[in-house]
Design a protein around this ligand. Structure first.
Ligand SMILES: Cc1cc2nc3c(=O)[nH]c(=O)nc-3n(C[C@H](O)[C@H](O)[C@H](O)COP(=O)(O)OP(=O)(O)OC[C@H]3O[C@@H](n4cnc5c(N)ncnc54)[C@H](O)[C@@H]3O)c2cc1C
Length: 83
């Protein structure tokens, strides 16, 4: 794998959906796999409009990933307990 060191932030990376789930090339989500911050593809599509555009989405999508993972865990628990 080629590594390209850089500073500030990354504009490209793993493509995620609205719940920070990493998606396949066909757009389907990979269950249980999330990304945010520098590992995720920038919501700005490769541009850097200004300070805050990296940390803001990183925190937002990390929060959404946790919410989604908790929801999935609760659904599994409810299914295994029969309700
Ligand atoms: C000088 C500077 C100024 C910046 N100013 C701003 C700003 O004003 N506003 C803004 O929005 N953004 C700013 N940024 C960008 C912002 O800081 C980053 O985009 C953001 O911190 C990325 O968060 P992250 O969690 O994706 O990655 P990181 O913060 O890099 O976190 C990755 C973590 O993973 C750890 N890690 C790495 N490899 C491993 C491993 N193998 N095992 C375990 N842990 C590992 C690292 O130690 C690190 O703690 C700035 C960046 C720099 C360098």
């Amino acid at each position: 794998m080629r590594l390209y060191p850089g500073d500030i932030g990354a504009a490209t990376g793993l493509v995620i959906n609205e719940w920070a789930q990493i998606t396949r090339a066909d757009g389907s989500a990979i269950a249980g796999l999330y990304a945010s911050g520098n590992e995720a593809n920038s919501i700005m599509g490769g541009t850097y409009p200004g300070p805050g555009i990296t940390i803001g989405p990183a925190i937002t999508f990390a929060y959404r990933a946790v919410r989604h993972a908790l929801g999935a865990a609760q659904a599994r628990r409810a299914a295994s307990s029969g309700g």
